[in-house]
Design a binder for this molecule. Structure first.
Ligand code: PLP
Length: 382
């Protein structure tokens, strides 16, 4: 056994695919300290740079004893959990909301509660691992459409729809590794035409898009047509945990059937207070998301000018470098120049699509962006 494991590790290493962790200390201004060196952090999902916001930090330190010592349905629901759920429902424009311990737990729990062997689940080829795992756990038939290709989705729907008792379409509103967005209006039309349920994962859009910062369902004005809008507090909101915004009856169904909700201790109150504070920061400081998106456009334009081919239309800006080892080398070279960017490789992305993934944060100013562009041009010989 041990020998087999070591062989697998060696194989990953030789393919340039071995992953490892390093200890990171946060520092201000979109930077991190790693082994005593300071880097511009282009790998953080703290898009609004509010994880260190004084209101959120203060909330995180309050709330009395942190442990709830029980699941939500036992004695683990505090008034703060209920208050957060009310606030999320209002923020998302839905009747009700359920708070989950993490986005991963939300997705595997919700999908496996809603679907079974007689269900078809239509999901994007590039769906997040938590969506794929939820479908696998449910035993439903997984039907994958080409990335953001609504015509392909329709073709699959029209071919398959009679074969299953129920159908669910699930996709992300901003793709974590590509930074792009599906045609949301078209999704709601397909949902109606083929009588499916629709679930959206707004992990990377919450806090960033929409007039009130609630996400792309808000921006596309489709919230009423989406059965479940899930998202996390752990990315742009700078907190921890996740939510599903939905109807009151679906909420009741979920809290009765969703195993990752029922069989897990609820989040500590200080985390919940931080999540509540983060919703207030999003409401009170809209300039953070506006400036972030303007800077993201600026960065994509400059990259294109320099002959790179950036993907996406959000604060997530991937540059495809294809070869695993070349990607790793580029990220190493950029680190030497003071920029922490992650090389994203298979299996997180398809073979041949390794990339440098830049996540821009509010604290990254034009001077940081210009300096990065210069370092990137040098490191890649352009
Ligand atoms: C990060 C992420 C999740 C998981 O959220 P966590 O709260 O980190 O567990 C789910 N879906 C997508 C698209 C994500 O990017």
């Amino acid at each position: 056994m041990e020998q087999r494991i070591n062989e697998l590790i060696e194989m990953r290493k030789s393919e340039g695919l071995l992953r490892s962790m390093c200890d990171v200390e946060p520092s201000r201004g979109g930077k991190v300290l790693i082994e005593g060196e300071e880097y511009v952090n282009l790998s953080s999902n703290d898009y609004l740079s509010i994880a260190s916001h004084p209101d959120i930090v203060k909330a995180m330190q309050g709330g009395g004893l942190p442990a709830t010592s029980s699941s939500r349905l036992m004695t683990g629901t505090r008034k703060e959990h209920s208050l957060l759920e009310e606030k999320v429902a209002a923020f998302k424009g839905k009747e009700a909301a359920v708070v989950f311990n993490s986005g991963y737990q939300a997705n595997i729990g919700i999908i496996s509660a809603l679907c079974s062997r007689t269900t078809a689940v239509y999901c994007d080829k590039l769906s997040h691992a938590s969506i794929i795992d939820g479908i696998k756990l449910s035993g439903a038939k997984m039907i994958r459409f080409r990335h953001n290709d609504m015509d392909h989705l329709e073709e699959l729907l029209s071919r398959q729809i009679g074969n299953y008792k129920k159908s669910l379409i699930i996709t992300e509103t901003v793709f974590s590794m590509d930074g792009d967005t599906p045609d949301l209006k078209r999704l709601t039309e397909l949902k109606d035409k083929y009588d499916c349920m629709l679930m959206l994962d707004e992990a990377h859009a919450t806090g960033v898009f929409g007039e009130n910062g609630s996400g792309l369902a808000e921006e596309a004005n489709i919230s009423a047509s989406v059965d479940i809008i899930m998202g996390t507090f752990s990315k742009a909101l700078g907190g921890f945990g996740a939510y599903a915004a939905t109807s009151s009856s679906l909420k009741e169904y979920l809290i009765n059937t969703c195993r990752s909700f029922i069989y897990s201790t609820s989040l500590p109150v200080n985390i919940i207070l931080a999540d509540i504070a983060s919703l207030d920061v999003v409401r009170l400081e809209p300039e953070r998301r506006k400036e972030l998106l303007a800077n993201s456009d600026y960065m994509r334009e400059r990259l294109t000018e320099k002959g790179f081919n950036p993907l996406g239309g959000s604060q997530i800006i991937p540059i495809i470098t294809a070869d695993n080892k070349r990607t790793l080398k580029l990220s190493e070279d950029l680190k030497k120049k003071g920029f922490w960017v992650t090389a994203v490789r298979p299996p997180t992305v398809p073979d041949g699509e390794s990339r440098i993934r830049i996540s821009l944060n509010y604290d990254h100013k034009r001077t940081d962006i210009d300096a990065f562009l210069e370092a990137l041009a040098e490191a890649s010989g352009k």
